[in-house]
Design a binder for this molecule. Structure first.
Ligand code: MCN
Ligand code: CUM
Length: 781
């Protein structure tokens, strides 16, 4: 039967895009070379906070091969020294008055080669007058702290915003009536997505046509085009952003960086293409940091049930507030912090502060701060179970939102679409052999060995919009799909999103295959070229499947409706008398009288019913009615060495529920990648700063990423609870494991020490911290 070859939903077909990637035939930014192209390098500030007294570029300009040196002053002459950020703040493109973080862009050199440009950087003399640096929000919010953003007229302190959600009075009452209150103070450290490919662009402004073609590492090319138009004043139709193959993004490629803007300005001024490729240190110290949330959480418990939650946080936003959040939600979606639990009252508040650190992004597999929220609640629940002396699995089950409560409205106003949390947790426990492990743990303890079992039952909120509530700089968060079926029955699907490794070329073709019955190989998926794809908000926040995936299903269904009309004409039957079986219309009761979708596609251009518009193509803009709420339960088993504080992961069991899976293999790949990143964050990844604001973590010797050597093996499981509002029942999954797993790893290490009273360890949980805790708990060997 033809349907088995179509490979729609549920087929683990290999990724189409890998054919070119594994042959080295991908086209990344640095592969692009245009005739007459120049190269740009950026001079970065060595100080975290300093006044720029003077910049002398004469020696650099004199170096043979240097074409231009661009300063903030030159940018200011074109009104481009500052640019807006995705959260409505301003950010320096090149410094004019002060530098505000170590690594800030100060001057750019454009030269005939990247080597000459780099050499010329050393010939630029900048006279700095150092100022005291502020490196955390507590310091920043003190009365006598130096004001970092003295460029802003109304800014008299380092405070950026205050934000609250939930019902304070009701929550206070719940706390008053509780029989147990537990609290946790914790810091989710600053970490970095560190994709294989750093950021970069090739800006090509054609002096004859004024058309600006900017090839750039962009997760959101359409949004970036609009912002470029607003910043530069160039007409939007004259700007074309092309985002070619991207070597990983993980959020790093959502914001607009000064390098893109300076390269474009330089190309405009010089009339030649300009390439800027960021090096690793530049990437680690200046782009797209993540987290840096100082959190305080409290749970009120009565008769074993959580009756209230309080959370407050201080966000370290860096020197420019660039954290891409929906404009109405200043702390992102952190207020999903009630997680998987039916908590009747909650109150959440947060404050953002400027510090002398690099500005934030939407970065690192996070869905607008859901990661921090998930970590806090999953750690808090463990602390509560420990204090109450109850099993953390059973405590979770008792407090879960029950399947019959969906759609469930949380105390902070989210309406969860669907879920069955107990089922996922029970499956994880069963795969793990939880009961036996608890016995083994107790026996091991007798023998002086430390085993820990950590659980996390996370719930995410992904797939922004709906557009009424979610926007980026006012642009409503819908997404789009344009589908063209050609006469021979082959199709092209064009999307407003842009993959960085997630396999869209395969999975979105599978959605069309499912809905139209065209084999997935016959559907080419195109993304990333603004001249060539319908407008969309881009790929981040695991929104591609929830939004563009829905748009794809809807447009395919619309074309199927038209195909039915054409098939009825071809078969000389009434539309209502036709039966649709994937890829084929047949006459009811006469299955041999049939037309395939390919026959119909041909007829759409050759043999149409009277009065019907020719062609089989269309575009759909989808504004989702709600977010999707994927969830899962992760379980981690660790062994802790009492002599050294080292901990080893013995097992990781991960049960995920992202609704209907389009391509199970790709979903599992997403989950394994996320579990690896979650492990890195929990165990080793940290960008930190000394008192003067020097960034420690500016290279892969200081900033540790897990390699295959450290990465534990993963055992995966799944449950399927479809999203009721998504056309194919799918929820997003791209970030689930990075969001959900750090708490499971940390809970496991804490669990190994909990019987001696240890309640918390801060990420990254390095052996020295564990060793210290072992000492204090009297467990050290
Ligand atoms: N999928 C599926 N069935 C589902 C859900 C998803 O088959 N029920 C498939 C999708 O069709 C897609 C992939 O899984 O091929 C991820 O889908 P989705 O959850 O919609 O997430 P996005 O495509 O929007 O990707 C964004 C997400 C984010 S925000 C980060 S950060 C991240 C992540 O994806 N960055 C990544 N995964 C990454 N994977 C790679 N290789 N590289 C990155 O930079
Ligand atoms: Cu928050 S990283 Mo992803 O949303 O590109």
């Amino acid at each position: 039967m033809a349907t088995t070859e179509v490979r729609g939903l549920g087929h683990s077909v290999k990724r189409k895009e890998d054919e070119r990637f594994i042959r080295g035939k991908g086209t990344y930014i640095d592969d692009i070379a245009l005739p007459g192209m120049l190269h740009m390098e950026l001079l970065r500030s060595p100080f975290a906070h300093a006044r720029v007294v003077s910049i002398d570029t004469s020696r650099a300009e004199a170096l043979p091969g240097v074409v231009a040196v661009v300063t903030g002053e030159l940018m200011a002459q074109h009104n481009l020294a500052w640019m807006p950020t995705l959260s409505g703040d301003t950010q320096a493109v090149l410094a004019t008055d002060k530098v505000r973080f170590q690594g800030q862009e100060v001057t750019a050199v454009v030269a005939e080669s990247a080597y000459v440009a780099k050499d010329a950087l050393e010939l630029i003399e900048v006279d700095y007058e150092p100022l005291p640096a502020v490196t955390n929000p507590q310091q920043a919010l003190q009365q006598d702290a130096p004001v970092i953003r003295d460029d802003k007229e109304d800014q008299t302190s380092n405070h950026i915003y205050h934000w609250e959600a939930g019902d304070k009075e009701a929550t206070d009452r719940a706390f008053d009536e509780a029989d147990k209150v537990v609290a946790l103070d914790t810091h989710y450290p600053r970490c970095h997505p560190a994709p294989l490919e750093c950021c970069g662009c090739v800006a090509d402004v054609n002096p004859a046509t004024s058309k600006a073609t900017i090839y750039m590492t962009s997760q959101a090319p359409h949004v970036h085009r609009t912002l470029f138009a607003l910043v530069t004043g160039l007409p939007e139709q004259n700007i074309r952003i092309v985002s070619p193959d991207i070597g990983g993004g993980f959020g790093n490629k959502v914001p607009i960086y000064p390098g893109y803007v300076v390269a474009t300005a330089a190309s405009l001024l010089l009339g030649r293409p300009v390439k800027w490729i960021e090096d690793r240190t530049g990437n680690l110290i200046s782009t797209g940091f993540a987290r840096d949330y100082h959190m305080h959480g409290e749970l009120a418990v009565k008769d074993g049930r959580i009756v209230g939650l309080r959370a407050s946080l201080a966000a370290d936003e860096g020197a420019f507030y660039a954290d891409a959040q929906p404009s109405k939600l200043r702390i992102g979606l952190f207020h999903i912090v009630t997680g998987s639990y039916d908590i009747p009252t909650a109150h959440v508040q947060g404050d953002g502060a400027y510090t002398n650190k690099a500005p934030g992004g939407v970065a690192y597999r996070c869905s607008f701060r859901v990661t921090e929220a998930s970590y806090l609640i999953e750690r808090l629940v463990d602390v509560a179970a420990n204090e109450l002396g109850v099993d953390p699995a059973e405590f979770r089950v008792q407090n879960f939102i029950k399947p019959d409560q969906f759609p469930y409205e949380s105390a902070t106003g989210f309406v969860y679409d669907s879920g069955d949390y107990e089922k996922a947790l029970r499956l994880a426990l069963e795969k793990l052999g939880y009961e036996d492990l608890r016995k083994e743990q107790a026996e091991a303890r007798e023998q002086g060995k430390l085993i820990g079992i950590g659980l996390a039952s996370f719930t995410e909120v992904v797939g922004a919009g709906h557009g009424k509530e979610y926007d980026i700089v006012g642009l409503r968060m819908f997404d789009s799909a344009e589908l063209r079926v050609h006469p021979t029955g082959k199709a092209i699907l064009k999307l407003g999103v842009k993959a960085q490794g997630q396999g869209h070329e395969t999975t979105f073709a599978q959605i069309v295959a499912e809905e139209l019955g065209i084999p997935y190989e016959d559907v080419e998926v195109q993304e990333g070229d603004t001249d060539n794809t319908p407008y969309g908000l881009g790929t981040y926040a695991s929104r591609s499947t929830p939004v563009a995936g829905a748009a794809t299903a809807v447009i395919a269904r619309k074309l199927r409706d038209k195909a039915r009309t054409i098939a009825a004409h071809l078969l000389e039957a009434a539309e209502d008398d036709l039966e649709w079986e994937r890829g084929r219309f047949s006459v009811k009761g006469a299955p041999d009288r049939a037309k395939t979708i390919q026959d119909v596609a041909f007829a759409a251009y050759t043999d149409l019913p009277e009065g019907l518009e020719a062609g089989l193509e269309g575009v759909h803009y989808y504004d989702p009615p709600n977010m999707t709420f994927p969830f899962g339960s992760y379980a981690v088993v660790v062994e802790v060495d009492r002599g050294t504080g080292q901990w080893k992961v013995r097992r990781v069991v991960a049960v995920d529920d992202c609704g209907v899976r389009i391509n199970p293999m790709i979903v599992e790949g997403q989950i394994m990648g996320g579990l690896t990143e979650g492990f890195g964050i929990a165990a080793m990844e940290l960008i930190t700063f000394d008192e003067e604001g020097n960034c420690i973590g500016s290279n892969f010797i200081d900033y540790l990423l897990p390699t295959s050597w450290e990465t534990p093996p993963f055992e995966l499981g799944e449950t399927v609870t479809p999203s009721p509002h998504h056309p194919i029942g799918a929820k997003g999954v791209g970030e689930s494991a990075t969001v959900g797993s750090p708490a499971a790893y940390v809970n496991a290490v804490v669990d190994a020490l909990a019987h001696a009273g240890v309640r918390n360890l801060e990420m990254p949980v390095t052996s020295d911290k564990v060793w210290q805790a072992l000492q204090e708990a009297g467990l050290a060997e």
